[in-house]
Design a protein around this ligand. Sequence first.
Ligand code: PLP
Ligand code: COI
Length: 339
Amino acid sequence: MQIENIDWGKLGFSYMKTDFSYISYYKDGQWDEGKLIEENTLTISQSAAALHYGQQTFEGLKAYRTKNGEIQLFRPDENAKRMIKSCNRIMMPEFPVERFVDACKKVVKANERFMPPYGSGATMYLRPFLIGVGDNIGVKPAPEYIFCIFCMPVGPYFKGGMTPVNFITSEYDRAAPYGTGAAKVGGNYAGSLYPHELAVKAGFADCIYLDPATHTKIEEVGAANFFGITKDDKFVTPISPSILPSITKYSLLHIAKEYLGMEVEERDCLIDNIDEFKEAGACGTAAVITPIGGISHNGKLHVFHSETEVGPVTKKLYDTLYGIQFGDVEGPEGWVVKV
Ligand code: PLP
Ligand code: COI
C-alpha cells in the first residue's frame, strides 16, 4: 500500500491492510509470548468454536497523532478490561491488561507510516480480537485461542461526521435482557445486520434498539451508546444490563460533570418521552460523537436540536473529548497513553 495515495481527509470507516499485526496463541493453558506478523490471514481448524458457536470477542480503540507529532492511545486499559469481561462471559481465557496495552503500542509503532497526520481528522483504528480455535465439535469452550490486533487509518463511521443524522427505532433486539448485550461478542453484531439494513433502506443512518423486555426505553444507537441533553442541561444516558458499556460514554459522563459542570444521570430514557431532550447523540470509538438529528418512532419523526446543525452542548462535549484524544486539552490522569 502506497501511503502517498491516501487522502487522509477523505477516509471513511473501511478496511485497509497495513504492514503488521500482533498475534499470540493460547495452548495448554497459557499464552505464548506473542509477535508481530506481516500476513493478514489466519489458518484455523474448520471446527473452531469461533466459527460455529460464536466464541469470539473484539474491541475497538484508536491512536491519535498530536500537534507535536507524538502518538497516543485513548484509555486502552479500559478496552483490555472490557475484553476480559467479555472473555469471562463466553468462557475464554483472559489476555492480561498490560500485555494488551503493550501489544497495541507495538502494532501502532510498526505501522507508523499509516498514522494519519494531526489536523486531518483521521485516526488509527485498532481492532483487537480473541477467538476460540483448535479442533472441537461439541458446544463447549475451545481447546485453543488466538489473540490478535490489526489496525488501519479511518475517518468518520457515520457519513455526516459532525453533521446530524437520523435514526429509526427497530422492532428487533440486538441482545436479550440478561444475554450477551453487555459483552462485545460477535453474535450481537450478526443479529444487528438485518435491522441495520432495514433502517438504511428506509433512509436512516442506523437503527435505535429499545430495551428487549418492554420496547419502551432507548438502549443503543446501532453500534454506539445513546445520550440526551435535557432542557435544563443535564447529560442523560440509559442504564441497562443489555447495553454495551461504552468507554466513550463513561468518558463523556466524566467530561460533562467535571469539565462542563453539568449534572449527569444514568437512567431510563423512555422513547415516548424523548421530547425531554433538546439535543441527543450517539457515542462510541468509531462514532466518536455523532449528533442525532431526529428519531423516527411509530411513523413519526421527532427532531431534537436540528437536522442540519449540531447543538451547542453536543459541540462542547465533542470539542472537549476530541481535544483530550488529540492532546490539545489535558485529560484526567491515565486517559492518554503515549505510544
Ligand atoms: N455500543 C455498541 C453496541 C458498540 O459496538 C460500541 C463500540 O464499541 C459502543 C457502544 C461504543 O463503545 P466504546 O465507546 O467503548 O467504543
Ligand atoms: C467501535 O466503536 O469501536 C465499534 O466497535 C463499533 C463498530 C465498528 C462495531
